[in-house]
Structures are given as C-alpha cells and as structure tokens.
Ligand binder design. Structure first.
Ligand SMILES: [Zn+2]
Ligand SMILES: [Zn+2]
Length: 274
C-alpha cells in the first residue's frame, strides 16, 4: 500500500510537471482555476485507479494475453502477425483498437445500460488533466478491454501491450487537459483536446467518439469541430458529485437516484471560471 501511495505521488508529480505548464501557456478556458469544482472527486478517481482498479485491469489484460485455451486458427494468425516489424504490429494494434473503441464508445452513449456507467465520466463540468481520471471502474474495464482486444488477440508481446496502455493513457489525459492547440487540417488525422472537449459538451450525442483517430468520426459523420471551445460541459440531469456516490450511482434505479440528488442540483451554468 505504501509503495502504491508512493507511485500515486510520483505519477501525480509527473502529470503536474507535464501538464501544468502546458495548461498555463495554452489554456482552453483561461479563467479556470487550478483547484476548481470537482477537483477533489477527480483526485479520488485518480487514487482509485492507481491504488486498485488500474492494477486489476492490467492483471486481466496480462492474463488474457497469455492466450489460455485459444483456438489453433488464432495461433496461426498470431504467428503471421509476429513476423512483421514491431512498429508495424503496434500500428495495426492501435488502428484496430481505435476502430473497435469507436463502436464501443458510440454504444456507451446509445445503450442505456452502458450509459449508466459511462455517464460518470461525463459528469465533469470542468476539464483539465485531472478530470481525465473521472471514470467508473467498470466503464474503465470495458474501455480498456475493447481498446486492447486486437493487441491481445493478435499476440502483441506483453511489454509492447503495456507500452500501448501507457501511451493511450497519456493521450487520454492530454485530450482532457485545459489546453488549446490548433493543428489546422491535421486535426482530422491526429485529433487533440478541442475535439474531446466538444465530446464533453452537455449533449449525450455530441459526437467525436474516437480518441486517437478522428478520421473515423469524420468518415462516420460524427466529427464535430466548432472554432471555439464549448462553454457548458457535463450532464443536464441530477447526479451525485462525490466520489463514492458516483461509484454507486449506476447501480441505483434512476427514479430513486433522481430524487436523491435533485435536491443538490444547481442550475446548469455557462463556463465562468471556478
Ligand atoms: Zn463519452
Ligand atoms: Zn472524456
């Protein structure tokens, strides 16, 4: 536990060192404060991932990548896959993972059962590098499984698989950060924070479902890139704000949850700092 706490502190220090200067130099919302509404809950989600849930996901993916009881045809595909240079293997795993995750993310927004868990991520009313960690552990398990399924099925070596998980995690933190970077026309290929900020606009079907590959959104007609940043983020309905309540929220019938948390619901507000 002490080692995990030390890891959490080191991880947070690295993120602060990377993202605080970036958010200070190129803010998307210049008046947003460093310690703002929801910071404590986001920090709790980060701690939960470092201390418990992240390890469970990595353990599950490592176990799956050992290929216990896989069919012979899959072993043959893996042998062909392994003949390629590692960079090509990683590129294929990333593209296939993105395609699968695009479908998975659209389902998270469309299917009510999946939305119950994914909605926790969308309760953020302010975005920065810390807000990226706001994710229900079961939603995180779903996302990580889909995203890494092609890499696991194709037999990408575990070291590369772990590297891929770290790379994707850092990218996810980057696209939530309070940063505005203009990539011009390249944005449709590489994406960036602006696209994911619009994904967090207060509309369940806001678009921009791909994290790494916005060309999939462009191709599917869900690409959305207005010239300014969204000013109202989060969910319109009543929802809890604390860490433990957000963990429980998906399991509580909506009728009861609506009554439980509507008392604390303040009106939706446009962004005004804080
Ligand atoms: Zn989403
Ligand atoms: Zn997000």
């Amino acid at each position: 536990m002490t080692a995990n706490l030390a890891e959490l502190a080191v991880g947070l220090a690295w993120l602060v060192a990377i993202f605080v200067p970036l958010e200070w130099a190129r803010p998307a919302w210049a008046s947003q404060r460093r310690i703002r509404k929801g910071s404590a809950a986001d920090l709790a989600f980060m701690a939960g991932q470092y201390l418990l849930f992240g390890g469970l996901v990595v353990g599950w993916l490592s176990w799956a990548s050992e290929g216990v009881g896989q069919p012979a045809w899959l072993s043959a595909v893996q042998a062909k896959f392994a003949e390629q240079p590692l960079a090509l293997q990683a590129a294929q795993a990333i593209v296939l993972g993105d395609l699968l995750m695009y479908v998975g993310h659209r389902l998270q927004h469309r299917v009510d059962f999946l939305w119950r868990f994914h909605a926790v991520h969308h309760t953020s009313e302010r975005l920065d590098f810390l807000a990226a960690h706001r994710e229900h552990p079961l939603d995180g398990l779903y996302t990580q499984t889909l995203m890494n399924l092609p890499a696991v099925a194709l037999g990408l070596p575990i070291e590369q698989l772990l590297g891929l998980i770290v790379f994707r995690s850092l990218w996810a933190i980057f696209i939530h950060s309070n940063v505005r970077l203009s990539l011009g026309r390249l944005q449709v290929l590489l994406g960036g924070p602006a696209l994911h900020h619009w994904h967090h606009a207060n509309d369940r079907h806001a678009g921009n479902y791909a994290n790494l590959a916005p060309w999939i959104d462009w191709f599917m007609g869900t690409y959305r890139c207005p010239p300014t940043e969204p000013q109202t983020l989060g969910l319109d309905g009543p929802h809890p704000r604390g860490y433990f309540a957000l963990l429980l929220w998906p399991f509580i019938p909506r009728r009861i949850a609506g009554r439980l948390w509507s008392a604390g619901l303040h009106g939706r507000e446009r962004f005004s700092g804080g």
